[in-house]
Ligand binder design. Structure first.
Ligand code: PLP
Length: 251
C-alpha cells in the first residue's frame, strides 16, 4: 500500500474516532482531500484509494487537474472544490470547471459566478467564507454581514447556497479553539433554519480537525495529513506532472 493510501486510511480513522467521541455518525463528515501543489500522480493514488472530493486553491492549477481527469473514465464521480481566494478576473474559470466554491465573501463575485455558470451544468455549490478569528486576513466576511450576503446568494438561480466555511487562526488553547468553531456552528445552525438547502459547514484542517468535528463540522479539508508537507506554489501546469519537485523545500 502506498503512503498516500495509508495516510488516507489514517485520516478516515481519525474522523471515525472524532465523530464517535461526540456521538455523531462518521458519514456526517465529508473528507475533502486538499491537493494544492501536489502532482497528478498523488491525486491518482488517492483516487485509487477511493477518495472522490478534492480541494484546490489556485485557479489555473485546479483547472488543469479538472481537465486532466475529465478525459479519464470514472471522472464523473469526482468532485472538485475551489477553496482559495478568488480574484474576479478568474471567476469564469471557477464557474466553468468546479462543482463547489468555499470562499465567496462578496456579492460582486457571487453575481459574476452566477452569470458565468454554464447552463448545462448544475448550479454551482457555494459556501460563504467567514472571517471568524483572523482579523489580519482580508478573506471572509464578519458574522455581522452574513444575513445580507446569504440573501443575495440565495436569490441567484445558478448558485446553490450550501453553507459556511472558515479558516480560524491557530489557537494554543484547546478550549479557546473549540469556542471559535462552536461560534461558527451556531451561525451555521441559524442559516440552516433559514435556508433548507444549507447542509455544509466546512471547517477543520490537519492540525485542528478533531476540534472542528467536535463543534459540528460536516466537511474537513485535509492536505498535509494525506499528501505530506507542501513545498511551493507551482507556476505552470508542467509542475503537476513532476513528482520529484515536491520533496525538497518546505513551504
Ligand atoms: C491548504 C488548505 C487546507 C489544508 O491544510 P492542511 O493543514 O495541509 O491540512 C485546508 N483549507 C484551506 C483553505 C487551505 O488553503
Amino acid at each position: 500500500m502506498s503512503t498516500i493510501q495509508q495516510n488516507l486510511q489514517a485520516v478516515r480513522s481519525r474522523i471515525d474516532a472524532a465523530t464517535q467521541r461526540c456521538h455523531r455518525a462518521s458519514e456526517d463528515v465529508t473528507l475533502l482531500a486538499v491537493s494544492k501543489t501536489k502532482p497528478i500522480a498523488d491525486l491518482e493514488e488517492a483516487i485509487s484509494a477511493g477518495q472522490r472530493a478534492f480541494g484546490e486553491n489556485y485557479v489555473q492549477e485546479g483547472v488543469d487537474k479538472v481537465k486532466y481527469f475529465s478525459k479519464r473514465s470514472g471522472s464523473e464521480s469526482l468532485e472538485w472544490h475551489f477553496i482559495g481566494p478568488l480574484q474576479s478576473n478568474k471567476s469564469r474559470l471557477v464557474a466553468e470547471n468546479f462543482h463547489w466554491i468555499h470562499t465567496v465573501d462578496r456579492a460582486r463575485i457571487a453575481l459574476r459566478l452566477n452569470d458565468q455558470r454554464p447552463e448545462e451544468l448544475a448550479p454551482l455549490n457555494v459556501l460563504i467564507q467567514i472571517n471568524i478569528s483572523d482579523e489580519e486576513s482580508k478573506s471572509g466576511i464578519t458574522l455581522a454581514g452574513l444575513d445580507e450576503l446569504a440573501a443575495q446568494i440565495a436569490a441567484l438561480p445558478r448558485l446553490c447556497l450550501r453553507g459556511l466555511m472558515a479558516i480560524p487562526a491557530p489557537e494554543a488553547d484547546a478550549a479557546r479553539q473549540l469556542a471559535v468553531f462552536q461560534q461558527m456552528n451556531q451561525a451555521f445552525v441559524t442559516l440552516k433554519s433559514q435556508y433548507p438547502c444549507v447542509d455544509t459547514l466546512s471547517m477543520g484542517m490537519t492540525d485542528d480537525m478533531d476540534a472542528a468535528i467536535a463543534a459540528g463540522s460536516t466537511m474537513v479539508r485535509i492536505g498535509t495529513a494525506i499528501f505530506g508537507a507542501r513545498d511551493y506554489v507551482p507556476t505552470n501546469s508542467g509542475a503537476l506532472h513532476n513528482t520529484q519537485a515536491n520533496n525538497t523545500l518546505e513551504r
